[in-house]
Write a protein that binds this ligand. Structure first.
Ligand code: AMP
Length: 466
């Protein structure tokens, strides 16, 4: 199928061609016709499948076909995303795909001054991308109203719940007009997500692509058994191989990320750490350096890395094995994008062995062991398998309570828990990987990541009405 087979208008077709896309990905093939009809959609797909364009293109088309100036402090479309990085990326995509159309967009997220965001919203926008916390802040201050909303998109719903946004989401939903077009995306569909989806959607079409467990099959994976206190040496050793050109190293905690980055810097490897304690501008800068190839190794925690869409990552290294199996799949999915080869190496100590077993169950394949590396430990490989609870407790004890723990201990595993399929289904098994990404940068005041402008806007803030 070609994009020209989809009933997309010319300005959108041109933008797609300029982005270098020739064929729609499976989720785009399935979702675009449905969304053009205005039908609600439940999409089970993760980042990397082309899902942003799958919803952005038909939304843009419907806006273009029903032109209407948004009222001041109103938006016609709201996309809720869990992280700032993802929000910025979605915003960039809307701008790239809509570059030949006339409409206003804004992106709002926390951790930066709100004044430019307030300004961007003041005359109204067609499309608003937001993280939940800042969105509610702005609504509470009457800088924004959702009463005129026509389209509501909830992206990465499972991650939203993981990050504790459920109450914020409920608050937002309660403010939406009853008649609206709803889109709901999640990488996994455990029962709590399904319930949330049911509370938002009306007779949705269901689209499912590349189940989370199959994505892993595309990546060359290995596990290295190593004593806990030798992981840093192992990392230095592994990075001697120049084939590891652009690498993300995952740690479980923010402190761990800083430590690993320091060790690497000391041994002459250019690296930077990103995690929730870094300012938004520091995170953006680190990502830019990494994207531009100035930094070889990005050290990241799970949450910070969510939504990072950087092509050409050759290797993902799990310095610590995640205790939530799905995080493993999300982590390694940072590599092997856009059809490129990719490898994922996991450093596993004795306490983490049960996590590897769990991951192998989820991805339904064993992860090959690399016994050729000089720090290989037979003792670790053959050590007694701790129960998952004990292993988790051992690790959390080690973190001294200061870690970056997930709020919900063990998430339901996605494998057998998918909801029944209905409507349009596009189970691709991972085919049709996207090839290229739009590069247009955010130009709206609201989208400029950076330090909070001094002085803020408190003085000019309207008083909340009672
Ligand atoms: P997403 O899943 O929306 O994060 O998209 C993943 C990547 O695929 C992004 O870099 C997009 O720019 C790119 N992409 C989306 N659709 C296509 C397509 N049809 N062909 C090639 N690349 C695409």
């Amino acid at each position: 199928m070609k994009f020209s087979d989809l009933a997309l208008i010319e300005p959108i077709q041109t933008a797609i061609a300029e982005a270098g896309y020739t064929e729609p990905t499976p989720i785009q093939q399935a979702a675009i016709p449905t969304l053009l009809e205005g039908r609600d959609l439940l999409g089970c797909a993760q980042t990397g499948t082309g899902k942003t364009a799958a919803f952005a293109l038909p939304i843009l088309q419907r806006l273009a076909q029903n032109p209407r100036r948004p009222e001041p402090r109103h938006a016609r479309v709201l996309v809720l995303a869990p992280t700032r990085e993802l929000a910025i990326q979605i915003h960039d995509s809307f701008r790239a795909y809509g570059k030949h159309l006339r409409f206003k967009t804004a992106v709002v997220f926390g951790g930066v001054g709100q004044a430019p965001q307030v300004k961007a919203l003041s005359s109204g926008v067609e499309v608003l991308i937001a993280t939940p916390g800042r969105l509610l802040d702005l609504i509470n201050q009457k800088y924004l109203r959702l009463s005129g909303l026509e389209v509501f998109v909830l992206d990465e719903a499972d991650r939203m719940l993981d990050m504790g946004f459920i109450h914020d989401i409920r608050k937002v939903i309660a403010m939406l007009p009853a008649k609206r077009h709803n889109l709901f995306f999640s990488a996994t569909m455990p029962p709590d997500i399904r319930k949330l989806a049911d509370s938002i959607l009306t007779e949705p079409a269901y689209v499912e692509v590349a189940p989370v467990s199959s994505t892993a099959e595309l990546i060359e994976q290995s596990v290295m058994y190593v004593e806990k206190n030798r992981k840093k040496e192992l990392l230095r050793h592994v990075l001697k191989n120049p084939a590891l050109k652009r690498v993300i190293v995952f740690t479980r905690t923010k402190r761990g990320a800083n430590q690993v980055s320091e060790v690497l810097e000391k041994s002459g490897v250019v690296s930077e750490a990103i995690h929730g304690n870094k300012s938004q501008s520091a995170r953006q800068k680190a990502l830019e350096n990494f994207r531009a190839g100035r930094t070889r190794v990005l050290v990241a925690t799970d949450i910070a890395a969510r939504g990072i869409d950087i092509d050409g990552i050759t290797h993902v290294i799990n310095f610590e094995v995640p205790n939530i199996s799905e995080s493993y799949v999300h982590r390694i999915g940072r590599t092997a994008r856009a059809g490129a080869p990719g490898a994922a190496i996991s450093f596993c100590d004795a306490e983490e062995r049960s996590f590897i077993k769990d991951i192998e169950k989820l991805i339904a394949q064993p992860i090959p062991v690399d016994r050729t590396q000089p720090y290989h430990s037979n003792e670790v490989e053959n050590s007694r398998l701790l129960s998952k609870g004990k292993a988790k407790a051992a690790i959390e004890g080690r973190q001294g309570g200061g870690g970056n723990r997930n709020r919900r201990g063990g998430r339901p595993q996605p494998g057998g828990q998918r909801g029944a399929k209905a409507g349009n289904s596009a189970n691709s098994g991972g085919g049709g990987r996207p090839q290229q990404k739009p590069q247009q940068k955010s130009q709206h005041g609201g989208g400029k990541p950076g330090p909070a402008p001094s002085g803020g806007s408190a003085g000019s803030r309207p008083q909340p009405r009672r």
